[in-house]
Design a protein around this ligand. Structure first.
Ligand SMILES: [Zn+2]
Length: 215
């Protein structure tokens, strides 16, 4: 017998969920922790099922979902946290299918972690890029004070000013937005963000270059 079936023999989804703080009404209904649930939509006993968002499964599945663990890690956590009499070391009794499942979950989890890391890096790098662009626009404005009108009304400076609201908009999202909003920028606007930041930087340099020394 595998630790999965042993854990499930010892623990219902209800016991596991209550153990991790879920409030369950006497009729076995609870507010679903997997979506923004105002009225109890989740039926929970041996297994759980949410009638609103559709998630469901057994005790191991519940814990894996709540804590973002693989099924195997969730089973180990339950054994540990509930002091279940399941011997993990002696329990190598996984069949081929379960072994493959454990391997797949582990690979998938690692893949997601890598994507998240890349995304986080992109967010902080792009935030810096956009802040630099904003500073560049401000500095160019200061630089242009008292310069001749043809410098002030140049095409490049117009482009920079035009870019400013969009840069502010992206910065707002990257600094204060929800993850989903940031992901949307990453997916839809990534090229445009980088392109615009570069355009602002180059325009600022050209303006300074061209007007250096002019009064
Ligand atoms: Zn739900």
């Amino acid at each position: 017998m595998s630790i999965f079936s042993e854990v499930k023999e010892h623990l219902t989804a209800r016991q596991a969920a209550e153990g991790y703080g879920l409030q369950i009404k006497r009729n076995g209904m609870a507010c679903c922790p997997f979506h923004d649930d105002k009225h109890p939509s989740m039926k929970i006993d041996k297994n759980y099922h949410c009638f609103a968002c559709g998630v469901g499964g057994d005790a191991i599945d519940y814990v894996s979902r709540i804590f973002g663990l693989t099924q195997y890690e969730a089973a180990l956590k339950l054994i540990e946290d509930f002091s279940l009499p399941v011997d993990v070391k002696e329990n190598a009794g996984f069949n081929a299918q379960e072994k493959e499942q454990i391997r797949k979950e582990k690979a998938e989890k690692e893949r997601i972690i890598r994507i998240q890391e890349r995304f986080q890096m992109w967010c902080s790098r792009t935030t810096e890029l956009l802040k630099d662009a904003l500073v560049r626009i401000q500095e160019t404005g200061i630089f242009l004070m008292g310069k001749p009108p043809d410098a002030v009304f140049s095409e490049e400076y117009a482009q920079m000013l035009h870019a400013e609201p969009l840069i502010n908009y992206w910065l707002d999202i990257l600094c204060m937005g929800e993850t989903a909003e940031k992901q949307e920028v990453f997916i839809k606007d990534r090229r445009e963000v980088e392109h615009l930041a570069e355009k602002v930087r180059a325009a600022g340099e050209r303006i300074v270059e061209r007007n250096r020394g002019s009064a």
